[in-house]
Design a protein around this ligand. Structure first.
Ligand SMILES: Cc1cc2nc3c(=O)[nH]c(=O)nc-3n(C[C@H](O)[C@H](O)[C@H](O)COP(=O)(O)OP(=O)(O)OC[C@H]3O[C@@H](n4cnc5c(N)ncnc54)[C@H](O)[C@@H]3O)c2cc1C
Length: 391
């Protein structure tokens, strides 16, 4: 039997689920989301969920502002829980980075984002456990924090179902049918054929392989990103806020149960490109030692924390560390990928943007910086710092 759908979304991570919700909200009927494993089983389920608002362009900043508003009112706006905790985020930079930070913050403020540049010595009034040595300045975002990527995915998926979207798990797309350079359908690993004029590639780490099914080459590399969990000692006191130490190259975000999640902020991912199928989940003691040494320099009270465990995830990284949100040269084949390690915090706005682009309504934010064509010829390139500060 050949089935039919108006839109097939490939991938049930936070991106695909948000797109499904927003498409149905825009009046698109007969949306089918196919997930080869289970919802949030990809990068989403391994995410740390940090939401900071420091971005180098007005468009990316507007996307995160829109997303933050949704996380904070998730129950009313979508349904379910986002797990959002507005504990505040501090971003530490070196003296060399300070001029760029100040320029970026002017941009942030012009968009209404609450953010304050502090002298290193002033940090004591915000979070006395952060080590101010080696910092040239620190940015404080009181409304930023962290959320729960799996809960947000489930929230969007449930709400999408209520709007009539069909979600099928354990269904892998293995072929995409085309005729005269436009999409006509997909085929699944079970041998089923589903006719559709529109396919959305929201396959995250696997999106490059999915795009290759229609002959589209995406400029994405998959880079490994391990996360480590430590248990704070009993004398630590109240949880710390989220600290992103761009100067020292690590981050720390609190978790319930007296735990802290930590990892590198050093552009390490692009030095470890890999095939997503080979990722696995294990981390090594060597990796943990390097990260925990950096975290202990950033928040010295964490030096006494007990190592509990770790896991490996990966980022789908574009040359400028910004997503691709666009239709491909194959008509009807849309791309929402290359989230470059910030796909959780942007997910509400990504769904909104994709639904607008796909239905031909006014996009909420200028989509030009997210166009696939920006990489043609000698496209922009950068490091992960370029996704924080103006260049
Ligand atoms: C360790 C780690 C820490 C992170 N920390 C943060 C953070 O602090 N803040 C932040 O904003 N972001 C963070 N991110 C990034 C963010 O979590 C991701 O960008 C986001 O979750 C990606 O979601 P996605 O839906 O695009 O992709 P995924 O979650 O990877 O979903 C893609 C889905 O597609 C499915 N799929 C693939 N191929 C097929 C196929 N052929 N047929 C059907 N289904 C298919 C996969 O099974 C998968 O479930 C982090 C990521 C990692 C890994």
């Amino acid at each position: 039997m050949i089935r039919h759908a108006e839109v097939v979304i490939i991938g049930g991570g936070v991106t695909g689920a948000s797109i499904a919700f927003h498409l149905a909200g825009a009046g698109v009927r007969d949306v089918l989301l196919l997930e080869r494993n289970f919802l949030a089983s990809g990068g989403t389920g391994r995410s740390v969920g940090i939401v900071r608002q420091l971005y180098p362009t007005p468009e990316a900043s507007r996307m995160v502002v829109r997303s933050l508003a949704v996380f904070r009112s998730f129950r009313d706006a979508v349904g379910g829980e986002s797990g959002y905790v507005d504990c505040g985020v501090v971003i530490g930079v070196s003296a060399a980075m300070r001029p760029k930070l100040e320029e970026t913050v002017r941009l942030q403020r012009a968009l209404g984002i609450r953010a304050e540049v502090l002298e290193p010595g002033e940090l004591v009034s915000i979070e006395r456990r952060i080590n101010p040595e080696n910092l040239g300045a620190a940015l404080y975002e009181p409304e930023s924090g962290y959320g729960d990527p799996t809960a947000v995915t489930i929230g969007y998926a449930d709400a999408a179902r209520r709007r009539g979207v069909r979600i099928e798990q354990g269904v892998e797309v293995v072929a995409i049918r085309t005729a005269s350079d436009r999409v006509t359908g997909v085929e699944t690993a079970a041998g089923e054929r589903i006719d559709t004029p529109v396919v959305v590639n929201a396959a995250g780490l696997w999106s490059k392989a999915v795009a290759e099914l229609v002959g589209v080459a995406l400029p994405i590399i998959v880079g490994r990103h391990p996360v480590f969990v430590v248990e704070r000692d009993a004398g630590f006191g109240r949880p710390h806020l989220v600290y992103l130490d761009l100067a020292g190259g690590s981050y720390a975000r609190p978790e319930t149960g007296g735990l802290t999640l930590t990892g590198l902020l050093t552009d390490d991912e692009t030095r470890h490109p890999m095939e997503p199928e080979l990722l696995g989940g294990d981390v090594s003691l060597d990796e943990a030692t390097d990260v925990l040494a950096r975290t202990s320099r950033a928040i010295p009270r964490l030096a006494d924390a007990r190592y509990r465990r770790g896991w490996a995830g990966a980022f789908d990284i574009t040359p400028d560390w910004m997503p691709i949100l666009d239709e491909s040269p194959v008509r009807g084949f849309w791309i929402a990928t290359g989230m470059s390690g910030h796909g959780f915090k942007l997910s509400p706005a990504v769904g909104e943007m994709m639904a607008a682009l796909m239905t031909g309504t006014a996009p909420p934010v200028n989509p030009a910086p997210f166009a696939l064509g920006r990489f043609s010829a000698k496209g922009p390139s950068g490091t992960f710092v370029a996704s924080y500060l103006v260049s």
